[in-house]
Write a protein that binds this ligand. Structure first.
Ligand code: HC0
Ligand code: SF4
Length: 572
């Protein structure tokens, strides 16, 4: 152990502990900006580029995040010299930063803004040359504005080390330094999966989602449109955070009320389509199992994962399920079935989705997801964007009464909720596959070994006389590990669920910012399992509204009409 004092308080820590971590043991807060450490997903960004965490030692100022403790060290975190150094660092950062905070997408959530506020920066001290980079608006998902980048490298660490996509990296030197794509290509021309995890960890407005709230307002104001909205599972356990509630507080009923007040004619649930997805995916899985072909089946509901697979494993596209994601199944059913139920043309319906995800914006624009006349889904907004719309409309969210979803596309089972947590799709699929394969009632439906946020979770289930090897993966870097094994023929899985975001959809790139606190992600997941546990119906094939949809319109799961409306194909 190493013994030292911080602000006069003695502490003993392991060798190679940083001053920052030693201070945490004493509950002494040292401000940081570039630093981001998330043990749960093995991410540790400690490039020490910003120098906000400067502390005083007898040997001078050192960055606390990148300096290891030494025996007998006397650290002072708040000397005038340390405070002045921090303030100067922020003033220098602001000298080359656009001063448009009031109209910035990140206003209110910007860590640079918070630190400037905390350190009492009250003017632009240094005025000089400023960079003027172009803004990359090439994609439907992400806007990259390098003028707002503070070179913290969090996005690079996330994209390269955790997601293993490697789209972003530091280039050039000195004043020209930037975090760029290969040859500074527009992001939509790169291998970007649009997972949005770079956006989730960017401390400033350098990486943000494409804000589609204006498009939604436009649709709501059109007299000739019937605007229908669907809400993804992970939204209901996170939106409350934007209004001061704790992570994991379930606000489903308030969300429905708020969406009605915003002007949506029908407020439906993506969960309804998640149940449909299971009927289709379980049928496809059983079909492949019986044929002994195209195994393991890979889930297809996460668009960033599908995008990653298309870019990196084009020879394995025969393995991915042909099921559209629940988001798009919902859109397809809304336009091809619900429209005729209410007697209007599909093109007169606008389908809006509220998703925890940024890649869903890209997904809805894939031309095969619709037909020649219309897309399945017209506009996708994130949880954060929905909170902005609620605030814009002056709705008192916390005091809203609970309202139920509309029907027939509002009914769902417990299993649909857990789609939003890593492992949930697999668990839901096994609940149905088990009963369909064995014709027996599945008593214990909780597949607990597939829960939790570990990156790779594998387990075996006995279904009748067959042993199924299953695996749930979250994070694209983990997916790479598993897929390399599949590609080399070393894997013996029958079914693999992949979600691109570390932690699953609850940690999606469009969720309220977690600022590195994965306890928030765990709380959101736990809340989804809580909803499942307290649902009356917990097996997807027991959803009465879904079964009614099949008998009235689709026919058999995995049949001809199901293929026409609910399945898709991929591109290498
Ligand atoms: Fe998900 Fe989904 S569960 S991808 O993680 O499958 O975004 O929440 O909406 O579509 O249902 C995200 C979350 C969804 C879809 C569902 C799936
Ligand atoms: Fe990398 Fe994901 Fe960001 Fe694309 S969206 S640059 S893949 S982290």
């Amino acid at each position: 152990l190493v013994n030292l004092t911080i602000n006069g308080k003695a502490v003993s820590v392991e060798n190679e502990t940083t001053i920052l971590d030693a201070a945490k043991k004493l509950n002494i807060k040292i401000p940081t900006l570039c630093h981001l450490h998330m043990d749960e997903i093995n991410m540790n960004n400690k490039c020490a580029s910003c120098r906000i965490c400067m502390v005083d030692t007898k040997k001078g100022l050192v960055p606390a995040c990148a300096t290891n403790v030494r025996e007998g060290m006397e650290v002072q975190t708040n000397t005038p010299r340390a405070l002045n150094a921090r303030k100067t660092v922020v003033e220098l950062l602001l000298s080359d930063h656009p001063q448009d905070c009031l109209v910035c997408e990140k206003n209110g959530n910007c860590e640079l803004q918070t630190i400037a506020q905390d350190l009492g920066v009250r003017g632009i001290t240094y005025k000089g040359e400023k960079n003027n980079f172009g803004i990359d608006k090439s994609s439907n998902s992400i806007i990259k504005d390098h003028n707002k980048c503070i070179l913290c490298r969090r996005c690079e660490t996330m994209c390269t080390e955790i997601q293993k996509v490697g789209v972003l990296s530091g280039v050039n030197r000195g004043f020209e330094t930037m975090v760029s794509t290969f040859f500074n290509e527009d992001i939509d021309k790169t291998n970007c999966s649009f997972c949005g995890q770079c956006v989730a960890v960017c401390p400033t407005g350098a990486l943000t989602e494409v804000n589609n709230t204006g498009l939604v307002w436009d649709e709501l104001n059109k007299v000739d449109k019937t605007v229908v909205v669907q809400v993804a599972p992970a939204v209901r356990v996170a939106l409350g955070e934007e209004f001061g509630l704790n992570p994991g507080e379930i606000t489903t009923g308030k969300i429905v009320s708020a969406l009605k007040l915003l002007g949506f004619k029908y407020v439906f649930d993506t969960n309804f389509a998640a149940d449909i997805t299971i009927l289709e995916e379980a049928s496809e899985f059983i079909h492949r199992l019986k044929e002994g072909k195209n195994l393991p089946i890979l889930t297809s509901c996460c668009p960033a994962w599908v995008n990653y697979l298309e870019h990196h494993y084009p020879t394995l596209l025969n393995l991915v399920s042909s099921c559209k994601s629940p988001q798009n199944m919902f859109g397809s059913i809304a336009k091809n079935y619900f429209s005729s139920k209410i007697g209007i043309k599909p093109k007169d319906i606008t389908v809006v989705s509220v998703m925890p995800c940024i890649a869903k914006k890209y997904e809805i624009s894939r031309e095969e997801l619709g037909n020649n006349d219309f897309f399945d889904v017209d506009v996708s907004i994130t949880t954060r964007e929905l909170s902005k719309m609620i605030k814009q409309a002056g709705i008192d969210f916390l005091n809203l009464d609970d309202e139920p979803f509309d029907n027939p596309m509002g009914e769902s089972t417990g299993a649909a909720n857990i789609f939003g947590a890593t492992g949930g799709v697999l668990e839901a699929a096994l609940r149905t596959s088990y009963e369909w394969l064995t014709n027996e009632n599945l008593e214990n439906i909780d597949f607990k070994s597939v829960r939790g946020i570990d990156g790779i979770k594998e387990f075996k289930v006995n279904i009748g006389s067959t042993i199924i090897n299953a695996c749930a993966v979250n994070g694209l870097g983990n997916a790479k590990k598993v897929m390399d094994e599949v590609k080399s023929g070393k894997s013996n899985y029958h079914i693999i669920e992949v979600m691109a975001c570390p932690g699953g959809c609850v940690a999606g790139g469009g969720q309220p910012y977690h600022y590195g606190d994965y306890d928030k992600i765990k709380a959101r997941s736990n809340a989804l399992y809580h909803i499942d546990k307290h649902s009356e119906v917990r097996k997807p094939h027991k959803n009465p509204s879904v079964n009614n949809l099949y008998s009235e319109f689709l026919g058999e799961p995995y049949g001809d009409l199901a293929h026409r409306y609910l399945h898709t194909y991929y591109f290498d």
